[in-house]
Design a protein around this ligand. Structure first.
Ligand SMILES: [Ca+2]
Ligand SMILES: [Ca+2]
Length: 230
């Protein structure tokens, strides 16, 4: 083999290896299993709160962070990591009981994560309401939502997922006749009356099929779920 022919594959191998190492290091550095370990420089936002999710009287620590991954593909440029942490230990020392990486779990972009712990059915245990934006365009809002019930802190149940908000009113990539603006909220009064058997949503429709509605039309949507342990 000529010297040139032997050098080329070695350079190629070195290049591939260094890229693999860089990618692996980047993955470890900015998207760790525990949201508390995301380096400060890689945090787009970081929110920490506490709420009792399993109803034992002791609050858990809840963390949600949007992490910059440094992946070249825009759809994977951020990851939203949610963590539930044992609350009895001193701050930052508690064990990570459960976590969810939204891009890895859903295969879709995620940023702008928001977390709320609320007792939607009135059984004195808080449910976890997660919402985040899947849109990569500044002109479009595409928020998705999930509701989780923590009978067991390490093995929660996802009882609902769906579109939380869609706003394509100014989106140049959406045909005018398809533009919409719909926001979802939970109807707490109706949900509490359902006593753990359903979640009742109120959807505010400000535009549908390109037609603006003023005032927005309110649509009630009941979803049968089992919020309480069987
Ligand atoms: Ca608890
Ligand atoms: Ca509850």
């Amino acid at each position: 083999m000529s010297p040139i022919r032997s050098v080329v594959p070695r350079l190629l191998a070195l290049l591939l290896a260094s890229q693999a190492i860089a990618l692996a290091l980047e993955g470890v550095a900015t998207v760790p299993p525990d949201p508390r370990q995301v380096p400060v420089a890689a945090r787009m936002n970081y929110t920490r709160s506490s709420a009792d999710l399993d109803g034992d009287g002791a609050p858990e620590t809840l963390v949600i962070v949007t992490a910059i991954t440094r992946e070249k593909e825009p759809a994977k440029g951020t990851e939203v990591i949610v963590g539930v942490i044992e609350g009895k230990a001193p701050a930052d020392k508690g064990a990570l009981l459960w976590s969810r990486h939204l891009v890895a779990a859903t295969g879709r972009p995620a940023h702008g994560g928001d977390l709320q712990a609320l007792d939607v059915d009135g059984d004195r245990r808080n449910e976890l309401i997660l919402t985040w934006d899947r849109s990569l365009s500044a002109e479009k809002v595409d928020r998705w939502g999930e509701i989780w019930v923590f009978d067991d802190l390490a093995r929660p149940r996802k009882v609902w997922e769906g579109q939380w908000e869609i706003d394509t009113r100014k989106d140049p990539d959406t045909a005018v006749a398809s533009r919409e603006f719909v926001k979802r909220t939970i109807d707490y009064g109706a949900t509490r009356k359902a006593a753990g058997r359903a979640i009742v949503f109120s959807k505010s429709v400000g535009m549908t099929a390109g037609r603006a509605l003023s005032p927005p039309r309110l649509v009630s949507e009941r979803v049968d779920v089992g919020l309480r342990a069987p």
